[in-house]
Design a protein around this ligand. Structure first.
Ligand SMILES: [Ca+2]
Ligand SMILES: [Ca+2]
Ligand SMILES: [Ca+2]
Length: 501
């Protein structure tokens, strides 16, 4: 264990460094913790400007092959305030150094947590602080590779505030796209998270970038895992990886806090031969935890978890795209007639219409329709049935009308929303709904009532107008057809009351 700063022979603080490996050497670094490493960067003119907590560098000697196994290691609480080195922080640094070197590096079950407990701040006028969970470069040899599996890499470190040069906080930092693609095709099941992903480019300057990945191209937006997965030639790498915040017990301890027990984004894929965690706890043979810490016991169980985004017409601002949060009822239904409800959950979404919901009775790999109901919106289904993979399914209704079955959504500003106005929940907006609103409006009804179709807790003319427009346009639910043999059986579930908050 290294728990205090040690100064290397070069100009950076080192936790552990393996330099100049012999030909055909095998290096193993495991079950170790590297944390509380600090330097004060350029500001004090110490010439110690950056940090590498774990470094692998075969060196410049004639060393055509070397293999590195790095697993069950924790790196955290690194601070290089005022550093202008690029990167200022390399939590794990894999530097093939000599283009002739065939370095094979395998990083499994590591946790890197760069918290922002000591934010970067510059005293000078130029330069930007940059940080990375994993940095790699100089992979010139055709057979050099880096494999990332079941790691948890979280970077919440801030950017320096200077905008005269780039300040770049990253999870993955490859010095070129060619190096990025040195990741093996088998690299997968990682968790990469950066808070507040941002890619802002002004003219020829990039500012305060916060990226899941960087490949040496300053104006390329790889700020989110989705963008990385969709980038040229990247697939199939990280196809089953996740990007979510994780709760740790402390900024210098990568063990999981109870709030992250059973978090689906932490469900990894077993790797043969890696059977224990940093504590010696036996890892699950089916779904081990990513990162250093395996959790055991009933609370450790992973359940299928739906990350859903859906907005409601009357509740959503056309200017901000934000919604007055309200309770929605999410039913996961069989993909075949009669599309029975397998499990339904009530959830209050956030102002983006987002909620993360666990469905304990569902199965991985089985496709389900998502059927959304709300106290006065038109019941709306997903366009198709989708499966959970590794306990995760993310679905966003708001990005296109076609995300809903039958394209049955309405555009509010730039976001697609569920139609409102179905006060009596009969799957149509019509005169009956209008009458109910009209009566409550006449009586100045207020509070959490079904006739308030825009969520402002008053029933008035604006609710009537929305309902009237949708009634005029014959808005109703559009649902998958049932075979004649099943007849006119209703598709509506009845197990959840809709008028509770
Ligand atoms: Ca453990
Ligand atoms: Ca109705
Ligand atoms: Ca209202």
């Amino acid at each position: 264990m290294v728990d205090s700063s040690s100064v290397g022979t070069s100009n950076y603080v080192i936790g552990f460094s393996m330099n100049r490996m012999d030909t055909a050497s095998t290096i193993i670094v495991k079950n170790s913790r590297f944390y509380n490493l600090r330097t004060y960067g350029n500001a004090l003119a110490t010439n110690i400007t950056s940090i590498r907590a774990i470094e692998f560098n075969p060196g410049n000697a004639a060393n055509p092959t070397a293999t590195v196994y790095c697993y069950n290691n924790f790196v955290g609480e690194l601070s290089a305030a005022n550093s202008t080195a690029s990167p200022s922080i390399q939590a794990i640094s894999v530097n093939a150094s000599n283009a002739a070197t065939a370095l094979t590096a395998k990083l499994y079950y590591n946790t890197v947590y760069l918290s922002n407990s000591i934010p970067p701040a510059l005293n000078g006028t130029v330069g930007g602080h940059s940080s990375s969970c994993v940095w790699w470069g100089n992979y010139g040899n055709a057979s050099a590779s880096l494999e990332l599996k079941n790691n948890v890499f979280v970077n919440n470190l801030g950017n320096s505030q200077k905008d005269t040069n780039s300040s770049r906080a990253t999870v993955l930092f490859a010095t070129s796209n060619a190096n990025l693609l040195k990741l093996t095709a088998t690299s997968d099941n990682n968790l990469y998270y950066i808070d507040n992903p941002t890619h802002t480019v002004s003219g020829t300057v990039s500012k305060n970038l916060r990226l899941v990945a960087y490949d040496g191209t300053w104006n390329k937006d790889l700020s989110t895992l989705e963008l990385l997965q969709a980038s040229a030639s990247y697939a199939p790498r990280d196809a089953n990886s996740a990007s979510e915040a994780v709760n740790f017990v402390a900024t210098n301890d990568g063990h999981l806090a109870a709030a992250s027990y059973g978090q689906a984004a932490l469900a990894g894929n077993p790797i043969s031969g890696y059977t224990t965690d940093v504590d010696g706890d036996l890892r699950s043979a089916s779904y081990p935890y990513k990162g250093i810490d395996e959790i055991t016991g009933p609370s450790a169980t992973f359940y299928p978890t739906l990350g859903i985004t859906a907005l409601l017409q009357g509740f959503t601002s056309s200017s901000t795209g934000k919604m007055i949060p309200d309770t929605m009822y999410i039913a996961l239904r069989s993909s075949t007639p009669p599309y029975s409800v397998v499990e339904e959950q009530a959830v209050k979404t956030d102002s983006n219409g987002y909620a993360s919901i666990k469905f304990p009775t569902l199965a991985n790999g089985t496709p389900y329709y998502m059927a959304l109901r709300h106290r006065n919106s038109i019941e709306t289904w997903s366009a198709a049935a989708s499966p959970f993979t590794n306990f995760m399914l993310n679905y966003n209704f708001t990005t296109a009308a076609s995300k809903a079955f039958g394209d049955n959504q309405v555009l509010v500003g730039t976001k697609y929303c569920l139609y409102g106005g179905d006060v009596n929940q009969d799957q149509f907006v019509d005169f009956t709904d209008l009458t109910l609103i009209d009566n409550d409006s006449y009586n100045f009804t207020s509070g959490y009532v079904v006739t308030d179709v825009n969520g402002d807790e008053f029933v008035d003319f604006s609710d009537l107008t929305l309902c009237d427009n949708n009634s005029y346009n014959f808005i109703g639910s559009v649902l998958p057809a049932l075979p004649k043999a099943i007849g006119k059986r209703t598709l509506r579930p009845v197990q959840v009351k809709l008028n509770s908050k």
